[in-house]
Design a binder for this molecule. Structure first.
Ligand SMILES: Nc1ncnc2c1ncn2[C@@H]1O[C@H](COP(=O)(O)OP(=O)(O)OP(=O)(O)O)[C@@H](O)[C@H]1O
Ligand SMILES: [Mg+2]
Length: 210
């Protein structure tokens, strides 16, 4: 058992911990939690994708301009990266997602369209909403990557996710190889059309060969 002197000495040590340390630790832990929660949703081959990655401009068609637009898009509620395969849509959206989460101190979610599209098929009837769909509806910011690339099935959850998020004015970003009209035709036209009207659209276009 400690003597009274020892207890007082220990108290004195605790009392000399610099002010603000506890708060700073909590803040650091919270930042790490947010980062880990987002990172768990991002595919491994996109670990590199950040605005300060030297590779980024070289992997995006159009170089620095779409990178700058994507940095500005971090403050937008609705963003759509459009363009053909391999133009850099997902890389830019991922960099923006990381920047948003860091600034907002909240974990955004990277959702792959084909996972969201098939989630309900794998869910047993009567066991409630598929967890990934519930998370996609609730996330502070959702990126739906490669919208339109998933199989067209009757129980594709994406239209519901889009409508729910739009109704609640929750931020929603997409990458897609479809045109705006194709997206509106395929999903719930009303919500999608209104999202596109308000969205920052970043169109990635491969330069014509000289
Ligand atoms: N981990 C990586 N290592 C090397 N190159 C990469 C890596 N990730 C992406 N790239 C390259 O960066 C470029 C852009 O890729 P990105 O996936 O962002 O394009 P995308 O427009 O989303 O394509 P898609 O329509 O096929 O999804 C491509 O040339 C791709 O090969
Ligand atoms: Mg992609």
């Amino acid at each position: 058992m400690k003597t009274l002197e020892e207890i007082i000495a220990d108290c004195a040590k605790i009392a000399t911990v610099p002010e603000g340390t506890w708060e700073a630790d909590q803040e650091r832990l919270r930042r790490e939690e947010v980062r880990d929660e987002l990172e768990a949703t991002i595919p491994r081959d996109l670990r590199w994708a950040r605005f300060n990655a030297p590779e980024l401009a070289g992997r995006v068609v159009g170089g620095a301009d779409p990178v700058a637009r994507s940095q500005a898009a971090v403050r937008c509620q609705y963003v759509v990266w459009m363009g053909h395969a391999g133009t850099g849509k997902t890389s830019l959206a991922t960099a923006a997602l990381r920047a948003w989460s860091r600034d907002a101190k909240r974990a955004a979610m990277f959702g792959r369209a084909h996972h969201l599209g098939t989630a309900r098929i794998q869910q047993r009837a009567g066991s409630g909403e598929a967890p990934i769909v519930a998370r996609a509806i609730a996330a502070p910011l959702l990126l739906i990557d490669d919208l339109g690339a998933e199989a067209q099935t009757q129980n594709n959850a994406i239209a519901d996710v889009i409508r729910d998020r739009f109704d609640e004015e929750k931020p929603l970003w997409f990458t897609t190889g479809l045109t705006a009209n194709e997206v509106a035709a395929r999903y719930d036209g009303g919500a999608v059309r209104r999202i596109f009207e308000r969205a920052m659209v970043i169109q990635l276009v491969r330069p014509e060969p000289a």
